[in-house]
Design a protein around this ligand. Structure first.
Ligand SMILES: Cc1ncc(COP(=O)(O)O)c(C=O)c1O
Length: 422
């Protein structure tokens, strides 16, 4: 029995689906919850969850067949199909469990000399910075942050911030395609070109890019490697992400975990990284096809972007705050980060900032800290939206996907104004 996604009775592609309020019933989210954080861990549509359940049961008919004999070739077929969606060459694309693992693979593998400097953006993802810190310890390289302007007014300003940070010792640039706390879509092609001209290699952290950016991996042309998550905008099962490498780097970049197929080929090394559940990888093409039913990916991108821009303008206006990036949407994808009103900022007497990282609780079990404003949005208003901090200030980063509708952003503005005036 073959375990490729098409081996199950397939109703995808199926009839077109309508985005908006009515699409919400295709997801299992609590109907009372206003869900504006698709950006962190995504949200899996129920039909895909059901397909995954049947798929896992099919694997259990003979786990050795499902995980190994059919699982490995099925993984390759799925990787090639996903690579096509991302504008990448299937032979140089492979699954990995998440973008953090992709960045670890690159930073562990690329040749570097002691004393080499590696740059990362100050608005980058903390886990990637920590990877860089640990790489620095192991390999005696020097991680350094590039300060991006905030508010940012033009893409040219961003490119200049990078070129001004390059030094004679800079060997590698770790570049975010979309910044995490500030949700800026960076002009990566121009930045990669400037780095290449300065003799610096670039690796791209495209955690948020698949689906949000058309042919997301191709957009990083000139970089030596790219990674992106499929659980965010393509709504794949968690555990599905992709790594791609430029020609000439197939034998250099190794998976973060070495298994049986060392030095056989890039694909062989990554397609088996030890025993795992292959379902998220094998069903990643199904997730992409399911989301395509919302009028096609171009239409999903246009709607999500337009709604993000409209909500961004409305929120800045109603909250009376300055935008941190152009309101015309030129640096915006499916998320925007909006500063909270002065009364919610610590420098104006608002609650102190707190991080949402896991910290040991009194009994030693980890607990996740919740920012006080985040807590009020969640507990008093049933709105799940990340409250992020940058530069000692508090912001919200809202997201838009096909299950959202305009009214939810008005609800967010109402809730923030109520909390701010309390
Ligand atoms: C820029 C960036 N890099 C890396 C990651 C890490 O993603 P993951 O936790 O799926 O590895 C994220 C997560 O949102 C991110 O925003």
């Amino acid at each position: 029995m073959a375990f490729s996604p098409t081996s199950l009775e397939s109703d995808w592609p199926g009839p077109p689906l309508e985005p908006g309020r009515q699409a919400r019933s295709l997801w299992a989210m609590d109907p009372e919850l206003t869900f504006l954080n698709h950006g962190s861990f995504g949200a899996v549509p129920t039909p895909l969850l059901e397909r995954a359940a049947s798929f896992r049961t099919a694997i259990e008919r003979n786990p050795v067949e499902g995980v190994w004999r059919a699982g490995i070739p099925g993984t390759r077929d799925a990787a090639i199909e996903v690579a096509d969606f991302l504008g990448a060459d299937g032979a140089r694309a492979a699954f990995i469990s998440n973008a953090t693992a992709g960045m670890n693979a690159m930073l562990q593998s690329l040749p570097m000399e002691p004393g080499d400097e590696v740059l990362h953006v100050d608005q980058g993802y903390n886990a990637v910075w920590q990877t860089l810190v640990q790489t620095g310890r192991r390999r005696d390289i020097v991680p350094r942050k590039v300060e991006l302007p905030l508010p940012v007014r033009t893409t040219a300003e961003v490119v200049s911030a990078f070129t001004a940070a390059f030094t004679d010792r800079t060997r590698l640039l770790v570049l975010d395609q979309i910044t995490s706390p500030t949700a800026l879509v960076l002009p990566i092609r121009e930045i990669i070109d400037a780095a290449t001209e300065a003799g610096i290699r670039t690796i791209v952290d495209g955690a948020h890019a698949p689906g949000m950016i058309d042919r997301a991996a191709a957009a990083a042309e000139g970089a030596v490697a790219w990674t992106g998550n499929l659980h965010k905008w393509p709504c794949a099962l968690r555990g599905a992400a992709v790594i791609t490498v430029a020609e000439g780097f197939e034998s250099i970049i190794k998976p973060p975990v070495i298994s049986h197929h060392l030095d056989q080929s890039f694909a062989a090394e990554f397609d088996w990284q030890g025993t795992h559940d292959p379902t998220p990888w094998l069903l990643a093409p199904d997730a992409i096809r399911f989301m395509d039913r919302f009028g096609g990916w171009d239409s999903v991108r246009r709607r999500n972007h337009r709604m993000t821009v409209d909500a961004h303008v409305m929120l800045c206006d109603r909250l009376g705050v300055e935008p941190i990036c152009p309101l015309d949407g030129s640096m915006t994808g499916f998320m925007a980060t909006v500063e909270l009103p002065a009364s919610l900022q610590p420098e104006h007497g608002g609650p102190p900032l707190s991080s949402s990282n896991a910290v040991p609780g009194p009994d030693g079990r980890p607990t996740i800290g919740l920012d006080p404003v985040h807590r009020r949005l969640l507990e008093d208003h049933r709105i799940e939206v990340p409250v992020v901090t940058h530069d000692q200030k508090r912001f919200v980063r809202f997201s838009v996907h096909v299950h959202n509708h305009d009214e939810e952003y008005e609800r967010l503005a109402d809730a923030i104004l109520e909390i701010a005036s309390a």
